[in-house]
Design a protein around this ligand. Structure first.
Ligand code: GRF
Length: 203
């Protein structure tokens, strides 16, 4: 199976997926890493690991639809079975999401449905939350919604800043996201009639 990963920056979740895919011999390979920014540092890691890279610069398009159409054309050139958003910082159009219906994954740094959108760690601290975390979910047209595949929880500690909390959550993201993508490529992720994800037991 072919995995295409979309990034906008550092790409540490992409790195974790690339490494797990190689070390654990998944029935899949990372076919390409695509960024909307040429400056995304994760592109270098991908290239160094022999993975095809591509840049589709959103600034070169005058509408979201035009950008998403070109992005999908580039992604589809790699014949993806699953498209993985990993720190991809563009809101996607409904047409794009529907095109990848059921095979588009995202990681969001909060315990959804709490704190969709940006600045999740700061908002969790300001709300007095005692736990925070991250969520892997299937993408639906509504931002940061969609069936939940996996969640990881960390404590919010006294004196946490958004960056100290983000770092604690990121450790869990790097563990959880590869696991969830692996479940997906192994066919273990099913969405029931109730709209919830059921992860099948390994055979
Ligand atoms: C992660 O915290 C992810 O949950 C959020 O943006 C961050 C991306 O980090 N959407 P990286 O690019 O994977 O290092």
């Amino acid at each position: 199976k072919n995995i295409v990963i979309l990034i906008s920056g550092r790409g540490s979740n992409m790195e974790a997926i690339v490494k797990a895919c190689a070390q654990e011999q998944w029935p899949a390979r990372v076919a390409a890493v695509v960024s909307n920014k040429a400056s995304a540092s994760g592109l270098q890691f991908a290239a160094e690991h022999g993975i095809a890279t591509a840049v589709v610069d959103h600034k070169a398009f005058d509408s979201r639809e035009a950008f998403d159409t070109e992005l999908a054309r580039v992604i589809d050139g790699f014949q993806p079975d699953v498209v993985v958003l990993a720190g991809f910082m563009r809101i996607l159009t409904e047409g794009f999401v529907r095109h990848y219906d059921g095979r588009l994954l995202n990681i969001h740094p909060s315990l959804l449905p709490a704190f969709p959108g940006l600045h999740t760690h700061q908002r969790a601290i300001e709300a007095g939350c005692q736990v925070a975390g991250a969520t892997v979910h299937l993408v639906t047209p509504e931002l940061d919604h969609g069936p939940i595949i996996a969640q990881a929880v960390v404590p919010v500690l006294p004196g946490d800043s958004d960056s100290s909390l983000a770092a604690r959550v990121l450790v869990q993201e790097h563990r959880m996201y590869p696991q969830a993508v692996r479940w997906f490529v192994e066919g273990a992720v099913r969405v029931g009639a109730d709209g919830r994800v059921h992860v099948a037991e390994p055979a």
